[in-house]
Design a protein around this ligand. Structure first.
Ligand SMILES: [Fe+2]
Length: 397
C-alpha cells in the first residue's frame, strides 16, 4: 500500500516512486543557543518576535536569545503567553503582536507548545484568517516569515518538523496543521539547555521521542530516507533515556537524547505518524495532560494492534531496542519490543494508565470519533475503526 499524498515522502510520477525529504538548517552543540540572533540576521530580519513562555524565561534561555538578537543588531518584541496545550486564542494574540510591532521574523525558544505557537502565529502573520482555516494538510498558500526555532525540551520535534498542533477550545479539538511552509529555516539544538528540564518532563518528552521514532518507522509513508533517522532514534532512546531521566547532570545522556529527538523529528516530519498520535491529539483536546504522558500510555497498546500489519518492522524495532531476536518469529519479536517499551515506561516513572492521569471512560466514544479525523491516522500501518480505537482506550484505562 502506498500513500501517494504529495505531503509525505512518497511521490508517484509516471509509474515511478520518488522520495523527498525536507529539513531545516540545523545548528547543534553546546553554546549553539547564542547563534539565534545571527541566524535571524542571516535571514534578513531586523525586528524579531521572540516567542517563549514563563518557565523558559525564568530558566534564563529567553533572555539569552534576546541578547543574541541585540548583539546581532536586531530589535526584539517578546511574547510569552503560551500554555502547555496552546490554543487558537494564544496564536491570535501572538500574531497580533507580530503585526502591531511590525516584526519581520519569528524566533521561538521553548518546548513543543512554544514552537507550535510561534509557527502558527507565523501562518496568520502573512496568510491572515483564523488558524482553523489551516487545519489538515497543505492549506498554507503564502510564504511565512523567516522562522528560527530553539528547542528547550528535545522532544516535540517541532523545531524541525512541518507540523504545528494547536487546540481549538470551541471544538475541544487539537488541530494538526501540516505544511512544508512550517519547516523552520533554522533549528538550534543546544544540549546544555536541557539541563534545566525536570526529570518528570525529561521522561515525558523522551517517550514522545520514542513514539515519534516507532510510529514513523512503521508508517506507510516511511522511506529509506526516513528509516535511517527513525532507527537511530530508537537505538539512542533505548540506550540513554533512563540515564537522562535519572540525572540532571548527565550531560552525555542528555546530548544523546537531543540527537535522538532530532532524528525522530526528521523521521516523522517526512513519514508522518500513526494512531498513537492521532489518539493523543484527541485526548489532549479534552484533557490538560502532557502529550508525552498520553503517548507513554497508548504506545504499547497501539503497537500490539499494529504488529500484524508490519511484522518485519516490529522485529527490527525489537532488535533496535537491544533485544536478542535471533531465531524468533516476527510475532515473538514484536512481543519483546512491546514488553521493552512497557518496561522502559515503568523504569522512568511515566504514567501507565489513562485513569491514573484523570481520564474518564465516558469520554471514549467522542475521543474515538475525533481520533479518526486526525491527519496522523492516515499513515497508521493498519486500518482502524472507531470501535477499535475505543477498544484500545478501554485497554489503556
Ligand atoms: Fe509527539
Amino acid at each position: 500500500m502506498i500513500y501517494s499524498n504529495e505531503q509525505t515522502g512518497y511521490i508517484r510520477e509516471g509509474g515511478r516512486i520518488l522520495y523527498k525529504f525536507v529539513m531545516p538548517e540545523v545548528i547543534f552543540g553546546k553554546g549553539s543557543i547564542d547563534q539565534a540572533g545571527d541566524g535571524c540576521a542571516r535571514l534578513g530580519a531586523q525586528r524579531v518576535l521572540v516567542v517563549s513562555d514563563d518557565g523558559v524565561q525564568a530558566a534564563g534561555w529567553t533572555g539569552r536569545v534576546m541578547e543574541s538578537c541585540l548583539s546581532a543588531g536586531l530589535s526584539v518584541s517578546l511574547f510569552t503567553g503560551v500554555s502547555i496545550n496552546p490554543t487558537s486564542e494564544e496564536v491570535e494574540a501572538c500574531a497580533g503582536q507580530y503585526i502591531q510591532d511590525s516584526c519581520d521574523a519569528v524566533l521561538g525558544v521553548g518546548g513543543g507548545s512554544v514552537l507550535d505557537v510561534a509557527k502558527a502565529a507565523a501562518i496568520l502573520a502573512t496568510n491572515g484568517g483564523h488558524i482553523r482555516d489551516y487545519e489538515g494538510i497543505d492549506h498554507i498558500h503564502r510564504p511565512l516569515p523567516p522562522l528560527v526555532m530553539v528547542t528547550t525540551t528535545a522532544g516535540s520535534g517541532s523545531d524541525v518538523s512541518q507540523f504545528a498542533i494547536i487546540l481549538d477550545p470551541e471544538r475541544k479539538k487539537k488541530m494538526t496543521i501540516v505544511s512544508k511552509s512550517l519547516v523552520p529555516d533554522i533549528s538550534i539544538v543546544d544540549p546544555a539547555v536541557l539541563s534545566t528540564k525536570s526529570a518528570r518532563l525529561t521522561a515525558s518528552t523522551g517517550l514522545d521521542v520514542l513514539t515519534h521514532a516507532i510510529e514513523s518507522y512503521v508508517s506507510i509513508a516511511s522511506t529509506p530516507l526516513t528509516d535511517v533517522h527513525a532507527k537511530s532514534s530508537i537505538q539512542l532512546c533505548a540506550k540513554y533515556l533512563r540515564e537522562s531521566v535519572a540525572s540532571a547532570d548527565n550531560q552525555y545522556a542528555k546530548e544523546q537524547m537531543a540527537i535522538a529527538s532530532l532524528h525522530a523529528g526528521l523521521a516523522f516530519s517526512n513519514a508522518i505518524l500513526g494512531a498513537v498520535h492521532a489518539i493523543a491529539h484527541s485526548i489532549g483536546g479534552h484533557y490538560p495532560f502532557l502529550h508525552g504522558d498520553i503517548n507513554a500510555v497508548m504506545l504499547p497498546h497501539v503497537m500490539k494492534f499494529n504488529a500484524s500489519a508490519a511484522p518485519g518492522r516490529f522485529k527490527d524495532i525489537a532488535h533496535l531496542l537491544g533485544e536478542n531476536t535471533d531465531g524468533l518469529s516476527s510475532s515473538e519479536a514484536s512481543d519483546l519490543a512491546i514488553a521493552h517499551v512497557e518496561r522502559l515506561a515503568v523504569d522512568i516513572g511515566a504514567p501507565l494508565t489513562l485513569t491514573g492521569m484523570g481520564f474518564k471512560a465516558e469520554s471514549i466514544p467522542i475521543i474515538s470519533e475525533i481520533s479518526l479525523e486526525d491527519a496522523c491516522m492516515i499513515t497508521n500501518p493498519r486500518m482502524i475503526t472507531a470501535d477499535e480505537v475505543a477498544a484500545l482506550l478501554y485497554q489503556a484505562l
